[in-house]
Design a protein around this ligand. Structure first.
Ligand code: GDP
Length: 361
């Protein structure tokens, strides 16, 4: 290969799968995300996960610490999981990537006591329509009368530690859920009985309150991604960054900024980007890329630190001029050496597909 070829060489890497959390109101979506973040902070070095930019990255070593014996990190070459922090199907539908859902994979949260509710069914319809693989988190297992909580334990272990009556009460609720999934056209079973996660939906009993089952939930998500989505996770990390705007907001000292997820390539400081806006594509230059400071430094004046580049898949706050008209859900594309008119046309086309809305649920 000549030196000239080397400059156009691509750098194939596996990116982090993007995870969305869906489910009926009050079934525990926010609590579950909080619990995962909390466990990640406790288990990992405090700087290892990123927050405050609309997405939480949980690296494989942190998942492995949380999951203990359930995970052998050498079984995986995907780098971890990236959770979208805003749960619910409104954000799921609004956040898109190249015409599909931004999330690669989803957790459908169902309260074991409450079963399927209108928004559970709506979520299922959306997951079906977008062909997004998902697992069901059967939440609030700690509310079964007589439950003996075992903080952060794998679920089979904690189920074994319950009285016979409690176990049988829980199983009854879980099988009701499995029945409801079946009524909706999904063959489902307890996750430890599922061999083929493409054909069957795995149900993971969890408690966002006590952390029971969280090790299992992360393990199953990791396994599902590794097994069935590895090819889709292959990206050219050296290519121009491509992403989606999560939120448009003011950041002290930087004016209007974008919280974004980059799902392909890399974005660099000083890159020219094209972003979807209310009046059409906005062409602007990245002034700063901001990431939350490591947690141990969070009390310092500046909440964010500047970085030179962010590679997919990850969350980042983008500071650039002229972002006032940018829209949540809109595409972001780095121009780099691509044809400007072509990139603008791509952004325009993607913009026409998104549901323009400024209201979160
Ligand atoms: P969301 O609307 O789906 O985001 O639900 P939230 O996370 O706000 O949870 C709704 C309520 O259920 C809150 O009062 C939570 O504290 C409670 N909750 C969530 N998960 C659990 C759980 O696993 N066990 C118990 N006991 N309560 C829970």
């Amino acid at each position: 290969m000549s030196d000239q070829d080397a400059t156009t060489e691509t750098e194939h890497t596996l990116r982090t799968p993007i995870v969305a959390v869906l489910g009926h109101v009050d079934h525990g979506k926010t609590s579950l995300l909080d619990r995962i973040r909390g466990s990640a902070v406790t288990a990992g070095e405090s700087g290892a996960i990123t927050q405050h930019i609309g997405a939480t990255a949980v690296p494989l070593d942190v998942i492995s610490d949380i999951a203990g014996e359930l995970v052998d990190p050498t079984d995986f070459d995907l780098p971890g999981l990236l959770f979208i922090d805003t749960p619910g199907h409104h954000s799921f539908s609004t956040l898109r990537s190249r015409g599909g859902a931004l999330a690669d994979i989803a957790i459908l949260v169902v309260d074991v006591n409450d079963g399927f509710q209108p928004q559970t069914l709506e979520a299922i319809d959306i997951l079906k329509r977008t062909q997004t693989p998902f697992i069901v988190a059967a939440n609030k297992i700690d509310t079964v009368p007589g439950w003996n909580p075992n903080e952060n334990q794998p679920v089979q272990q904690t189920m074994d530690a319950q009285s016979e009556r409690v176990t049988s009460d829980l199983n009854e609720k879980l099988y009701e859920l499995i029945g409801e999934l079946s009524d909706n056209g999904f063959s489902a079973d307890m996750y430890w009985r599922v061999q083929n996660f493409q054909a069957n939906i795995g149900v993971v009993p969890v408690s966002a309150e006590t952390g029971e089952g969280i090790p299992d939930l992360l393990t199953v998500m990791m396994g599902l991604s590794q097994r069935y989505m590895k090819e889709e996770m292959e990206i050219d990390a050296s290519g121009p960054g491509v992403g989606t705007v999560l939120e448009v907001k003011d950041t002290q000292g930087f004016g209007t900024t974008l919280d974004a997820i980059i799902y392909d390539g890399t974005i660099h400081k000083d890159d020219t980007i094209v972003v979807g806006g209310l009046q059409g594509p906005i062409v602007t230059d990245v002034r700063a890329l901001l990431r939350p400071r490591p947690l141990e430094e969070i009390r310092t004046e500046q909440q964010f630190e500047q970085v030179d580049a962010v590679a997919a898949a990850d969350g980042v706050k983008i500071a650039a001029p002229d972002l006032d008209d940018a829209i949540a859900g809109a595409p972001i594309r780095v121009l780099r050496d691509r044809d400007r008119a072509e990139v603008i046309a791509e952004v325009e086309e993607e913009l026409s597909e998104i549901e323009v809305t400024t209201q979160e649920e």
